[in-house]
Design a protein around this ligand. Structure first.
Ligand code: 5GP
Ligand code: ZN
Length: 113
């Protein structure tokens, strides 16, 4: 998608602090971090969100979570982090390119707000 913010970030057309990249996924620091670790993991292929996903997207959604787990391990927060998918405007989703938030490095309360 030409005008999608996260497509442009994954193509390097808009700068970001890249953490990880492979053939399928791209991970970068959130511009407005809510925790010491706040990384966004996205599929390179445009996908609006979980609501729009189909069975064909199962693998890429899994890959995004596994990348988050790897980054958490690299940062030694593997026993205390959260992966979050906001779905729809009512949940706070503001960018309509699926992204897994990896949040950690501080006390995480339950339930989330
Ligand atoms: P959402 O609210 O859709 O679940 O999450 C979108 C996230 O993207 C927010 O946490 C927001 O701070 C982050 N974000 C929005 N625009 C940019 C940007 O241009 N660069 C980066 N690195 N993060 C962004
Ligand atoms: Zn996109």
């Amino acid at each position: 998608m030409r005008d999608c913010l996260f497509c442009q970030i994954s193509r390097g057309e808009i700068p970001s602090k890249k953490i990880y990249e492979d053939a399928y996924t791209f991970a970068f620091e959130d511009i407005d971090p809510k925790a010491p670790t706040h990384v966004l993991v996205i599929p390179k292929k445009h996908l609006a969100g979980l609501k729009e996903a189909t069975a064909d997207d199962a693998e890429i959604i899994g890959r995004c979570h596994l990348v988050a787990a790897k980054i958490a391990q690299d940062r030694k927060i593997e026993d205390s982090y959260r992966t979050v998918l906001n779905v729809g405007p009512g949940s706070g989703q503001s960018v309509f390119h699926l992204h897994v938030h990896l949040v950690g490095g501080r006390d995480l309360r339950w339930p989330p707000g």
